[in-house]
Design a protein around this ligand. Structure first.
Ligand SMILES: O=C(O)C(=O)Cc1ccccc1
Length: 297
């Protein structure tokens, strides 16, 4: 399954031609037209040309080789947590985070007929966000690369026993019937996206909006390594709004952390805190400094 389903191809080609004619203004996203990432791209960058890509890797490649000026990627969801791959792909890509965007997420259940359905295809995030809904109705969740692609696939399959969970717009695009709207288990379901580019942004300090700096670090394999690495943020009063650990490789000894702080390098308190963290780490890499899209705390 390496390409878009049949009913999506004409729309993909249309969007691709517009993006190809304006590569610097193109914004790559993963998924078929109508996916949440497509909506996030259009809302975050209304003047840009959304470029659909089948995988995250393709979306990041598009920026690296100049087919798109930016990419927009979902990184975490309020209800279902981390969108896994990006923690590995992002540091490896060499791209910088230049912005963030928060998108409220609503899912609809759709099919070629009104149901009842035996199974529903969707992106694993959307299936996780609709877990209770599906369980209560005995609908089996089946994973697909993206929500809108799942809708196009169900339309192509033409079997009334199969549904898709996707944004309502996907029903319109791929000729499906909406059986139920708002099937997400939580009404305040929100996904945070990051916007990536080849070059970092240089934020001017002292603007009325606050900056977020995202970085990864790998602590030394010694007792209290994380405690020591964090010390500088406490003593310099730098607010950390996210800290996640993940394993690199199979040894389970190389723990890497992904962190967001409020502030930007150039601010003496942030510089001191990052310096102290780097001193207690094997590696520290800043992935980007960008304007925060909504206040934390
Ligand atoms: O498949 C999509 O629609 C995506 O853009 C990924 C996704 C899925 C569910 C919530 C947010 C993003």
């Amino acid at each position: 399954m390496r390409s878009f389903p049949g009913p999506a191809i004409a729309i993909v080609d249309q969007l691709r031609s517009a993006a190809e004619a304006n590569p610097a203004q193109a914004i790559a996203f993963q998924g078929s037209p109508g996916a949440n990432s497509h909506r996030a791209a259009s809302e975050a960058r209304p003047d840009a040309f959304p470029l659909p890509c089948f995988s995250f890797e393709d979306a990041l490649e598009a920026v690296k080789d100049g087919r798109a000026g930016q990419a927009i990627i979902p990184i975490e969801n309020s209800q279902h947590g981390r969108v896994a791959d990006i923690h590995f792909l992002l540091p490896e890509s060499g791209l910088s985070i230049v912005g963030e965007y928060f998108l409220p997420i609503h899912h609809a259940l759709m099919g070629v007929g009104p149901g009842p359905y035996e199974a529903a295809y969707s992106h694993p995030q959307a299936l996780g966000q609709s877990r209770l809904f599906l369980r209560q109705r005995g609908i089996v969740p089946l994973s697909y690369a993206d929500t809108a692609g799942a809708a196009a696939f169900v339309s192509e399959k033409g079997d009334p026993k199969f549904a898709a969970i996707a944004p309502a717009i996907a029903a319109e695009l791929y000729g499906l019937e909406i059986a139920e709207e708002h099937v997400e288990d939580s009404s305040d379901n929100m996904t945070r996206f990051v916007i990536l580019a080849n070059q970092p942004t240089f934020l001017k300090l002292g603007s009325d909006k606050q900056a977020i700096t995202t970085f990864i670090f790998e602590v030394k394999n010694i007792p209290a390594a994380l405690y020591k690495a964090m010390g500088g943020f406490a003593t310099n009063g730098v607010n950390m709004t996210k800290l996640e650990s993940y394993q690199k490789g199979a040894s389970f000894s190389a723990t890497t952390f992904y962190a967001d702080i409020i502030g930007a390098p150039g601010d003496p308190a942030v510089d001191r805190a990052l310096e102290e963290c780097a001193f207690h780490s094997k590696v520290l890499r800043i992935l980007g400094t960008y304007e925060q899209a909504r206040p934390r705390g």
